[in-house]
Design a protein. Structure first.
Length: 203
């Protein structure tokens, strides 16, 4: 399946050029993810769409390097991801066609991925196929995300829309989408994101 996944965006800049406020927001984001992970028992996890590996590095602190592996569609980002996480297995694959057996992970994660996809429904079906139990997904919370971008003078010509974001969900709309594929267990809203912890519906 040859589908476009993402318009080019400087993904690393979110971390490397975050500034004081941005760094605090990112720290709070991963603190909320860590809180969700503390409530579940995980032996094998897969992060899909790991980008340059910043998110993977955060997740490894929570899950342990022997528990998690990661993958990324854009081959140009994988060397960075591997350099940032040398102890992990990081491979190239599309979220639309994961090279994984059914039910092969206790947990799959797609953090800041779905907003870039032309077919998020297909991606969610693949995440559902691969996980045996849990899924954590996150997206920017709209319209707050765009409002905050405009407040800091960013992407004004696009009315605050970050380059590459082709989907825009409110918290309610995102819950509605994901609940078509999973049972929602928990919802957290670190400014300015929505993060869902969900469970496979066949459990």
């Amino acid at each position: 399946m040859n589908r476009s996944i993402v318009e080019k965006e400087d993904f690393a800049a979110k971390y490397s050029k975050a500034g004081t406020i941005g760094s605090k927001l990112i720290h709070n984001f991963y603190k909320k993810v860590d809180d969700l992970l503390s409530n579940v028992q995980i032996n094998k996890a897969l992060e899909v769409g790991c980008g340059h590996g910043y998110s993977t590095h955060y997740l490894t602190k929570s899950l342990g390097s022997d528990c998690i592996e990661a993958s990324e569609f854009d081959e140009s980002m994988i060397p960075d991801a591997k350099a940032r996480n040398p102890e992990l297995r990081i491979t190239q694959e599309s979220i639309y066609e994961l090279k994984r057996e059914d039910n092969s992970f206790d947990l799959v994660l797609a953090l800041e991925v779905l907003e870039h996809l032309e077919s998020p429904q297909i991606a969610l079906k693949e995440l559902k196929r691969v996980t045996s139990r849990y899924c954590i997904v996150s997206v920017p919370r709209e319209p707050l995300w765009r409002f905050l971008n405009m407040a800091r003078g960013k992407y004004l010509g696009a009315f605050g829309n970050t380059t590459g974001h082709i989907n825009h969900w409110s918290k309610k709309d995102f819950i509605h989408l994901v609940s078509r594929y999973f049972n929602i267990i928990a919802v957290v809203n670190p400014l300015p994101w929505t993060i869902l912890l969900a469970e496979h519906p066949n459990l």
